[in-house]
Design a protein around this ligand. Structure first.
Ligand code: CMX
Ligand code: CO
Length: 146
């Protein structure tokens, strides 16, 4: 069951500059940052709020690490902006299978590793009204040091 908005993914060309915009404008601080080579991104997670189910909601600021990455291709075509939304669930495997059964393309056979040791998969934007949609199961608390 999808229980929350885990994050909104925002593509940018300059992560440090974008982090500074969110800090100076809204007062949001970086909760965690990492490079995910598989996804081709350098990212910063800004925690917006904790949620009642033990999770949290974030902004995920994304800068491409290589020109052939999905985010680099997207920036080339669209410029900076909202790239995807992500719903949180305790069971990404089960929810992805259920959604696949409804005829929506799930991009990965098995969830891959996302921010902070989470497990993630994506739904094809063409099957979701033009919205690239990610499903996320957070790592167990304590499993990851921010
Ligand atoms: N939102 C909405 N539509 C999108 C999109 C996005 N983020 N990315 C691509 N599309 C659309 C394109 O506009 C294009 O539509 P048209 O055919 O009408 O022009 C179509 O999808 C195909 O796009 P493409 O540029 O040819 O790109 P690809 O098919 O090579 O890749 C996708 C699209 C969704 C398969 C790829 O972006 C992907 O695998 N995404 C999942 C992984 C990812 O985004 N990782 C980065 C974030 C990591 C994280 O969140 O942790
Ligand atoms: Co994401």
């Amino acid at each position: 069951m999808l229980t929350r908005i885990d994050h909104i993914g925002i593509a940018c060309r300059d992560l440090d500059k974008t982090v500074e915009f969110y800090r100076a404008t809204y007062g949001f601080e970086v909760f965690h940052s990492e490079v995910n080579e598989e996804q081709g991104v350098r990212e910063a997670m800004l925690k917006i709020n904790d949620t009642g189910d033990g999770g949290a909601s974030y902004l995920q600021l994304l800068e491409p690490t290589r020109p052939d990455s999905t985010v680099a291709k997207w920036l080339e075509k669209n410029g900076e902006g909202v790239h995807h939304i992500a719903f949180g669930t305790a069971d990404v495997d089960g929810d992805a299978e259920a959604i696949r059964g409804k005829g929506v393309r799930v991009l990965y056979d098995e969830p891959r590793i996302g921010s902070m040791g989470s497990r993630i998969t994506f739904l094809h934007p063409k099957d979701c009204g033009g919205v690239l949609t990610e499903l996320v199961t957070s790592a167990e608390p304590g499993a990851h040091e921010a």
